[in-house]
Design a protein around this ligand. Structure first.
Ligand code: PMV
Length: 346
């Protein structure tokens, strides 16, 4: 007998960044974080999982290519889910046996190597699909914990809207979960533009980068202890009040501090390139010219810009990007992919 489930999960883009673990194995962060989940229609992972007693071994295909199942993060997810399934004996209710082997096929509808939070969507999707298959994870909070052991930021993609990942205090990670702050209908005026500056694979993985940062940066301790707790409060209040000025300022400040922490790491980590810095300058001048914050940039562990902005500013910002960053800027190209459809180039 075979059991199969297919799911999709969207990308999320943090405005308060997660950077640094206090427990590498359980993926417990040194600070809480907060993100917006993008629309499923745009960037998503789609994953199918099938379990059968006669499969010889577990196997995984990513974007049509078979990959090693031995990836430790993947193994952590499979082990945790099977442990729960064995404890609940859910196979008696029509789920596969925990000992049945599973085949996993996952496809992203966007460039996997482009540093666009592909692991967040991928692990959220995988874990959600496996939890359905094995009939475990009684609440979404439980599923966020399972997603967290795949990739920390994946726990936030389990919910739509604005989502916080509470760092928690427990040594076993039981209180390190993601929670929805408000759903996707709360602030429909906000759009997201993604400027793909480079689709090269990032030079330093987030796992390796975070580890070196925690070992060598004194700034990251200050950030985690003294800066992020207040920012978490303030940005949640701004989102609840739909206050773009405050939201945008904190978003940009937090991105800046994350990249400052990367530079404070030894040896230093540089994710931004000249095009990224050009985009920061352009938006800083645009906001100054308007006399208030009209668009807010944020950068993850790579040079690509994500811009949160009210819908009424989308045309103007897209035109600015097209003017200052025509498709070929030096060796890199900058172009726009929309959260929703962006206007066609003139
Ligand atoms: O979950 P990871 O290991 O891919 O780390 C994500 C780190 C950032 O994207 C830079 C920040 C975040 O909170 O998503």
């Amino acid at each position: 007998m075979s059991h199969a489930v297919t799911c999709t999960a969207p990308v999320n883009i943090a405005v308060i960044k997660y950077w640094g673990k206090r427990d590498e194995e359980l993926i417990l962060p040194i600070n809480s974080s907060l993100s917006g989940t993008l629309s499923q229609d745009q960037l998503h992972a789609r994953t199918s999982v099938m379990a059968r007693a006669d499969f010889a071994s577990d196997a995984i295909w990513l974007n049509g290519k078979q990959e090693s199942i031995e990836n430790p993060r993947l193994q952590n997810c499979l082990r945790e889910i099977r442990k729960l399934a064995a404890a609940k004996q859910t196979h008696q209710q029509g789920a596969p046996l925990p000992t049945d082997k599973v085949h996993i096929c996952s496809v992203n509808n966007f460039p996997t190597a482009a540093g666009l939070a592909s692991s967040a969507a991928g692990y959220a999707c995988l874990v959600y699909a496996l939890a359905q298959l094995y009939k475990v994870g009684d609440s979404l909070a439980e599923v966020t914990k399972l997603a967290r052991v795949g990739s920390g930021s994946a726990c936030r993609s389990i919910y739509g809207g604005w989502v916080r990942w509470v760092m928690g205090e427990a040594a076993d990670g039981s209180d390190s979960i993601a929670e929805q702050v408000v759903d996707e209908h709360h602030w429909p005026e906000i759009e997201v533009l993604i400027l793909v500056v480079s689709d090269h694979k990032k030079t330093t993985s987030s796992t390796a980068g975070m580890q070196t940062t925690v070992e060598t940066s004194s700034l990251v301790k200050h950030r985690a202890d003294k800066v992020v707790p207040q920012r978490m409060e303030d940005i949640q209040n701004a989102i609840r009040a739909r206050d773009f000025e405050t939201f945008g300022r904190i978003t940009m400040q937090d991105s800046n501090q994350f990249h400052a922490v990367c530079l404070d790491t030894y040896p230093p980590i540089t994710y931004l390139n000249d095009v990224s810095r050009g985009i920061i300058d352009m938006l800083t001048k645009y906001n100054a010219h308007k006399g208030k914050i009209q668009a807010a940039y944020t950068f993850d562990a790579g040079p690509n810009a994500v811009i949160y902005l009210p819908r009424e500013n989308v045309n103007e910002v897209v035109n600015l990007v097209r003017h200052f960053f025509p498709p070929a800027v030096g060796a890199e190209a900058a172009f726009v992919r929309g959260f929703r459809d962006v206007p066609a180039a003139p």
